[in-house]
Design a protein around this ligand. Structure first.
Ligand SMILES: Cc1ncc(COP(=O)(O)O)c(C=O)c1O
Length: 451
């Protein structure tokens, strides 16, 4: 009988982060200053980020040592288990082997603490007293609240308004760890007040919440900003996932043909998939598949261009797959996937054909998540359901073709705070949004002229 779980000891937690930059097939276009549209230097980022993270954002070093105090906190739940979905394989009648990394076992319930802990550590070491951030689903806000608590810092979270009301217990969770959480747009910032004046009923978006959190950090001396995805250093911190997976797949005597992750800003996908890039570059036939919602199809329908990371145009411009910074995605329940842009690293690899992108509508994802819960017992976050939907497609294709494939996916988070979404699904109150073509077209017309 094959095993259900493949475990590493605490001593086997990776000691370095893997940096994909030296392995890219082309240079990464630099971020641009939002005012001058010239390449942004480290000094342009110093108002909101500590020096160590700016260095990690730009470094070409292949491996970056993980500081001991960060490892000491990560050891509270890492290494996470690699699990084999044997019961799902049976339920689907597929010859495919399905493995997943279970990042839902962290205290906050997702992969997000992997970077939150590192970011809080470097900020505290630089003398910063308070961190601000945005959160969509609430997973990232909870992760940063947890990390700030560990390192004795204050934490202020701007939570996208529609998610704030869909998931009230996420806010309480953040408060348990001592953080403050407000719905965004709020009247606490200039950016928030302006958006509320234009549209008091707006559901909010990650782009808006980022504007508020960045403004808060830039206008308070003791405060820095912390981002839960998109940037190079965030993806870097997530590579502990893929490095552990490589060691655990060896224990299982298997090697993935397909690596799958859902994609909001790209961090959990990259965390699992990037450590496989060298194998792929060396000629191994391995597919890296990023999955996004059909209602916010950044890679599958967006364009590759310089754009702002936030709604108000305060952040540096990043060259990325984007739907336009003023596109407000429909209020789907996978709040963490409602972002107009994509990490520049994932975008570049996508445009170079190393990463594939697919999209699925919300209802199909919930159906897959329920089938997974009934086979494997685990109830996943709506974001994660997108990865599972793609796993189903690939496993059923393997069945049709009679092929033995090995699939590895990232279970990026549990769905224990997402019962309202499941409840709506059962009540028949969830629906698929039409691809918002006109709104995306309009947003793309407002791209900054830097491409
Ligand atoms: C459980 C979970 N998975 C995935 C994501 C998407 O983010 P990323 O693409 O950075 O992994 C989020 C974001 O909040 C999340 O909470």
């Amino acid at each position: 009988m094959p095993d259900y779980r493949y475990l590493l000891s605490e001593r086997e937690i990776p000691k370095v982060w893997y940096n994909v930059i030296p392995d890219l097939p082309a240079p990464l276009p630099p971020p641009l200053h939002p005012g001058t549209l010239q390449p942004a230097g480290p000094q342009d980022l110093e108002a909101i980020f500590p020096h160590a993270l700016i260095e990690q954002e730009m470094t070409a070093a292949q491996n970056i040592p993980i500081p001991e105090p960060v490892l000491d906190v990560l050891r509270m739940w890492r290494p996470t288990p690699l699990q084999r979905a044997l019961r799902l394989e049976k339920a689907l009648g597929t010859p495919a082997k399905i493995f997943f990394k279970n990042e839902g076992v962290s205290p906050a319930g997702s992969h997000k603490p992997n970077t939150a802990v590192a970011q809080a550590y470097y900020n505290q070491a630089a003398g910063v007293k308070r961190l601000t951030t945005e959160t969509g689903a609430g997973q990232w806000g909870s992760a940063l609240a947890l990390a700030c608590n560990v390192f004795g810092m204050e934490c202020m979270v701007y939570m996208v308004k529609c998610s704030f009301y869909q998931k009230p217990h996420r806010r309480t969770m953040m408060e348990c760890w001592g953080a403050k959480c407000v719905p965004s747009p709020s009247d606490l910032t200039q950016a928030g007040r302006q958006i509320l004046a234009e549209d008091p009923e707006t559901p909010g978006s990650l782009g808006i919440a980022i504007s508020e959190a960045v403004e808060d950090a830039a206008t308070h001396k003791d405060t820095n900003y912390s981002l839960g995805s998109v940037l190079n250093h965030v993806l870097l911190h997530q590579t502990v996932i893929g490095q552990e997976a490589i060691a655990q797949m060896k224990l299982a005597g298997a090697s993935p043909d397909i690596v799958i992750g859902c994609c909001g800003g790209g961090s959990n996908f990259a965390g699992l998939a990037f450590p496989y890039v060298p194998e792929k570059a060396a000629g191994k036939n391995i597919r890296l598949v990023a999955v996004e919602p059909a209602a916010c199809p950044t890679m599958t329908k967006g364009i590759y261009a310089y754009d702002f990371g936030d709604k108000s145009g305060m952040t540096p411009l990043l060259k990325m797959d984007t739907l336009g910074h003023d596109f407000i995605p429909p209020g789907i329940h996978a709040g963490g996937l409602r972002y107009h842009g994509m990490s520049p690293l994932v975008s570049l690899l996508h445009r170079k054909g190393i990463v594939e992108a697919v999209s699925y509508p919300q209802l199909q994802c919930f159906e897959a998540a329920l089938a997974f819960a009934r086979a494997e017992g685990l109830i996943v976050a709506p974001e994660t359901s997108h990865a599972i939907c793609c796993v189903f497609d690939e496993a059923l294709k393997a069945k049709e073709e009679g092929k033995e494939k090995t699939i590895l996916f990232n279970l990026s988070g549990h769905g224990h705070f997402d019962m309202a979404a499941y409840e709506k699904y059962f009540a028949g109150e969830l629906f698929d949004y039409e691809y918002p073509e006109a709104k995306i077209h309009e947003a793309l017309a407002h791209l900054p002229k830097a491409s």
